[in-house]
Ligand binder design. Structure first.
Ligand code: NAP
Length: 350
């Protein structure tokens, strides 16, 4: 089997960490991951600490990565506005691509992870199911800037690109601003500690609208397919679990998992109402002997407010990926329960 060298850019995020984990289990891949932090877990992957916003740092720290065959990009710089997100996220991609391209003659493909925000899920109701051929929304959107850069850069080069568009990516990671699964589990723990029932905190219509998810492990398998299948060259694919759920269905399954009584939704801003719950969380950590993580580091409340505020259907079509050879799927309820159990086993939640 031909040996491959995968470079995971943003290797400690929800997407990147699960991708690194997957690649290290494959015999024919060597793996290097980059991020600013160092990992706090064992891995056969090589981790390089670099600030992608700093070109000189990239040139110094990424020197020597001559054998990279596939770059998988999942770094993220969140910013408070859509306009402010463009420049840093484009700079990070540009620095990674230009530095690696110059020193890795065997580079075959760059896989860029975008998301359903490419269809404007963050703006309000949009055409469903969203398809890869749908028109863009009114910019700015940093995904468009990144995608346009890759398209232009690729012309005349030996490598090709592939763009993946997952929806809410659910996986094991700590310290990510978009880890919905961990946020739900922490919200449940705080509610339980305060003697409250398990209530959906979002908008009432969001409780009954259709939602979809992308398991980070499934996304990792999709990324390997996107990186290696000739049919994926210069193509865009939606990646999702393959089912559509209403939160009301999931919420009752979650209540059973956390052993809490279920109550009707009550809309609150998690960012606002959780702002003073640090001491409650610290008490939970002590009581259950959990790995100590401050509340603001493990629970992505603004992301929760966004997802639970989507009071319209969120659906993308995965037909194109299936037709191009990726037919993987998973039941989303099973996925959430598996992840809650994983966070519990790691003593991150009670
Ligand atoms: N999570 C989701 O639900 C979701 C859904 C759809 C699409 N997406 C998209 O997928 C992509 C990745 O998202 P994610 O949720 O996996 O992000 P994430 O959890 O925030 O991870 C981002 C990664 O980028 C690294 N990073 C950030 N700034 C860096 C810098 N200056 N230099 C080097 N590394 C840097 C972070 O590590 P350090 O902090 O250590 O540097 C981390 O490894 C984004 O484009 C996002 O929009 C995410």
């Amino acid at each position: 089997m031909e040996r491959k060298m995968g470079l995971v850019v943003g290797g400690l995020g929800v997407i990147g960490r699960n991708l690194v984990d997957h690649l290290t289990k494959l015999d024919d891949w060597d793996v290097t991951a980059v991020s600013r932090r160092r990992p706090d877990f064992e891995s056969r992957a090589r981790f390089i600490s670099v600030d992608l916003l700093d070109r000189r740092d990239c040139e110094e720290k990424l020197t020597g990565l001559r054998t990279v065959t596939h770059m998988m990009y999942a770094a993220l710089q969140p910013r408070p506005t859509l306009a402010a997100e463009v420049e840093p996220n484009l700079t990070m991609l540009r620095n990674a691509v230009e530095v690696i391209e110059a020193m890795a003659p065997l580079l075959q493909r760059i896989v860029l992870t975008e998301g359903v925000k490419a269809y404007g899920v963050h703006l309000g109701p949009f055409k469903t199911p969203a398809k890869e051929t749908d028109a863009r929304h009114m910019p700015p959107n940093f995904y468009y800037a990144q995608e346009d850069f890759l398209r232009e850069r690729q012309a005349g080069r030996n490598w090709t690109w592939c763009v993946l568009r997952p929806d809410v990516v659910c996986g094991f990671s700590v310290g990510s601003p978009m880890n919905l699964t961990l946020m739900i589990a922490v919200y449940a723990a705080i509610s339980k500690e305060l003697g409250l029932p398990f209530r959906f905190p979002g908008k009432p219509k969001a409780y009954t609208s259709l939602a979809q998810f992308t398991d980070a492990e499934l996304h990792a398998r999709a990324t390997v397919w996107a990186a290696t299948d000739p049919r994926c060259a210069n193509e865009i694919f939606n990646v999702a679990n393959g089912d559509y759920y209403r939160w009301e269905e999931l919420w009752s399954a979650f209540a059973r998992f956390f052993d809490m009584p279920l109550a009707p939704p009550q809309t609150i801003s998690l960012a606002t109402f959780m702002a003073d719950k640090g001491p409650v969380w610290d008490a939970i950590v002590r009581k259950h002997n959990l790995v100590p993580h401050p509340l603001e580091q493990i629970a992505a409340w603004p992301f929760g407010d966004f997802i639970f505020g989507c009071d319209y259907d969120v659906m993308s079509s995965t037909i194109k990926a299936r037709r191009h050879g990726f037919a993987d799927c998973i039941d989303s309820e099973e996925m959430f329960l598996r992840l809650f159990a994983q966070f519990r086993a790691a003593r991150i939640i009670p």
